[in-house]
Design a protein around this ligand. Structure first.
Ligand code: GDP
Length: 443
């Protein structure tokens, strides 16, 4: 699983990693290769396109951290975007408050629904001590109900006694009242599949969901079916209120596209991965681990994380000691502006620092986040002396700074005003003694 995608991406990054500096063109070339690699792994086209767009935008606008190469930084950006695409955190099963919690499994025939029902029942009993009942609502496939009963025996799980001739809704009702009466914590409903998505199937799923009010409706899809899995998921999610996805046959050599597209297509997390035919072969789906495995570059990712952390710590410590002395010059303002950019622009800082609101409003009036870059350019055009003592900036010096940064004297005045306001705010902050906390939030 993911092997060929992993190899392809590895190749792209190897070419980037050795380089000292990356141009925008380098990043774009690399991202074109990433896009092809994703498509070859069967990732749905719109998903691949969004992914590459997002990564390119971030990689091009990125400040380069000291102590890592730009290529390493791109690896980290792709890594984070992969996690994002897969769904950030490991998703837990939702079991509601009043037992029995109903977990309904839906999907096409052969996707692994019945096996997965038994695997989950076993897992809930073993790892959480839950009392679990299973019921098969599959009246289409001959012997489907018997198959679940056999799996029940193998996993020591109670199954609802089979009554011939009942409809799925009738079986669901009977299962529900039986599970209630006998004090089961969880009721697993294995529903009927079809060979293809059709309206009768969707209607049946909706009718069962209406009466069983499941805490979870999990779509079971076969990861080996690639693009088809994505199409199935998209049809189901349009009609049935899914809460999550289970990918089966992740032990096989699927190219990974189904896994990578699922979250974007359904808007729901992948909760479990089926890893084999045996009844204990199921695992919670960990997006972080999967992203790590796809990139196979855990070392680079943690290197970049540490570099980013240490720089922010250095900045915060330096700021703290200067502020303790009541100092706030243009260098300090610049590092604050850089932090604002890192933290997602001015908007992200709204209201975090008392007294900052005014400076923020001023900056926003002057053109929002773009202004941060312009401020930075002006500070770059100052002499070290001017940076340390902004009051040196007389009319003549202001003209020079404006010219040097491609701005106007008015812009320079705005910057000076902002510096003034922030210096005042910082002094007030020092009096409040809440410096460490506020800097903590900034860092
Ligand atoms: P259903 O028609 O959706 O209920 O599918 P079944 O549960 O009957 O599964 C069909 C086949 O797939 C069975 O032979 C299962 O053993 C197999 N299967 C299910 N999940 C997995 C999995 O995660 N890995 C592998 N290798 N086989 C699986």
């Amino acid at each position: 699983m993911f092997d060929s995608l992993s190899d392809r991406l590895g190749g792209v990054f190897e070419r980037l990693r050795g380089r000292g500096a990356l141009s925008e063109a380098d990043v774009r070339t690399a991202m074109r290769e990433v896009r092809i690699a994703l498509l070859e792994a069967d990732v749905a086209l719109p998903v691949a396109r969004d992914f590459v767009e997002k990564v390119t935008e971030q990689a091009v606008g990125q400040n380069v951290l000291r102590s890592v190469t730009p290529g390493q930084q791109v690896v980290k950006i792709v890594h984070d975007a992969l996690i994002d695409m897969l769904g950030s955190d490991t998703a837990e099963l939702e079991l509601g408050v009043t037992p029995p919690a109903v977990i309904m499994l839906v999907g096409l025939q052969g996707s692994g629904k019945t096996t997965t029902t038994a695997k989950l029942a076993r897992l809930l009993a073993k790892s959480q001590g839950k009392k679990v009942m299973m019921a098969s609502l599959d009246v289409n496939r001959p012997a489907a109900q018997e198959q679940l009963a056999v799996l029940g025996t193998q996993t020591d799980t109670v199954t609802l006694p089979i009554v011939a001739g009942q409809t799925p809704v009738e079986i669901a009702r009977r299962a529900l009242s039986s599970a209630k009466l006998q004090g089961f914590d969880v009721l697993m409903l294995d529903t009927a599949g079809r060979l293809h998505v059709d309206q009768a199937l969707m209607d049946e799923m909706k009718a069962v969901a209406d009466i069983a009010t499941p805490a979870e409706i999990l779509l079971v899809v076969d990861s080996l079916t690639g693009q088809d899995a994505v199409n199935v998921a998209s049809s189901f999610s349009e009609q049935v209120p899914l809460t999550g996805v289970i990918l089966t046959r992740m032990d096989g050599d699927a190219r990974g596209g189904a896994a990578l597209s699922m979250r974007a297509v359904t808007g729901k997390p992948i909760k479990f991965a089926g890893m084999g035919e045996k009844l204990d072969a199921i695992e919670p789906f960990h997006p972080k681990r999967v992203a790590g495995r796809i990139l196979g570059m855990g070392d680079v990712v943690s290197l970049v994380e540490r570099a980013a952390e240490s720089i922010q710590e250095e900045d915060a410590e330096r700021m703290a000691s200067r502020l303790a002395k009541g100092q706030f010059d243009m260098n300090d303002l610049r590092s604050q502006l850089a932090q604002m950019r890192r933290m997602g622009g001015i908007g992200a800082l709204a209201g975090m620092i008392p007294g900052m609101k005014k400076a923020q409003a001023a900056a926003e009036n002057a053109g929002g986040d773009k202004v941060l870059l312009r401020f930075d350019a002006m500070i770059t055009s100052m002499t070290p002396k001017e940076r340390a003592k902004p009051e040196l900036l007389n009319a003549k010096r202001k003209i020079r700074v404006a010219k040097g940064s491609g701005t106007t004297v008015q812009d320079v005045n705005k910057l000076l005003k902002m510096h003034q306001e922030m210096a005042t705010a910082m002094k007030r902050l020092r009096k409040m003694g809440g410096l460490k906390g506020v800097l903590g939030m900034l860092g």
